[in-house]
Design a protein around this ligand. Structure first.
Ligand SMILES: [Zn+2]
Length: 215
């Protein structure tokens, strides 16, 4: 038997959307569960409404018309800012308990920390390799200079040319990926209830210092 809930400021969802969230319509979105147990969220207002958004794997909110979701999906009604409302789909079945969301935050944070540590280790290895090869190229350069001095030929080009060639051949440490990871971490580190940014400590303590949501 399919199941339907209208979500909005006057919706049937089991949690309140405050009146201050003016970007949210009285009846804004439709949540459905089909016969196979699949969850869907659908925008009711259409292209002229303020939009229903679902967060993608990179932490970006994408406007949707109808989309299959799961318990972990983060949904935003309205285009962002204080007059929009954001919630974990899980709240539809567990409105006041955030233990599932804090577990999820822990899990995602740990995965990102591991990815970051692995990347830092690779970068460190690369930096070491560059240092070693630079030192070796310095020895070769000295040898060439000594040889040039004996043969009385100019060898002034050698140090710069060798060091330049060696550096060009080596892969540079990956700062871009590290920066992207830091951004992703920032997008993930939000309270599962009020969606304010929270610290790693708050995630570990499983309580939001602002709205006191805990789990
Ligand atoms: Zn909070």
């Amino acid at each position: 038997m399919p199941y339907e809930i209208i979500i909005g400021r006057n919706g049937q969802q089991p949690f309140t959307i405050p009146g201050t969230c003016e970007a949210v319509s009285h009846q804004h979105a439709l949540f459905t569960v089909d016969d196979n147990g699949n969850w869907f969220i659908e925008d009711i207002k259409g292209p002229h409404g303020n939009g229903t958004f679902v967060q993608d794997v990179n932490g970006e909110f994408r406007r949707i018309q109808k989309k299959m979701i799961d318990r972990d999906s983060i949904i935003r009604l309205g285009c962002g800012g204080h007059n929009s409302f954001t919630f974990f789909a899980n709240r539809i079945i567990a409105p006041d308990n955030f233990s599932y969301e804090f577990d999820l935050l822990h899990h995602r944070l740990r995965a990102l920390q591991q990815e970051q540590a692995a990347l830092e280790a690779i970068n460190e290895k690369k930096a070491k390799k560059i240092k070693t090869i630079r030192a070796a190229s310095g020895v070769i350069t000295l040898g060439l200079l000594a040889y040039a001095a004996v043969m009385k030929s100019p060898a002034g080009f050698a140090p710069a040319a060798i060091s330049g060639a060696v550096t060009a051949l080596l892969p540079a440490p990956d700062q871009k990926h590290l920066k992207a990871l830091a951004e992703k971490k920032k997008a993930i580190l939000v309270c599962p209830k009020c969606f304010s940014p929270i610290s790693e400590t708050a995630v570990n303590n499983r309580v939001c210092p602002l709205c006191k949501a805990k789990g």
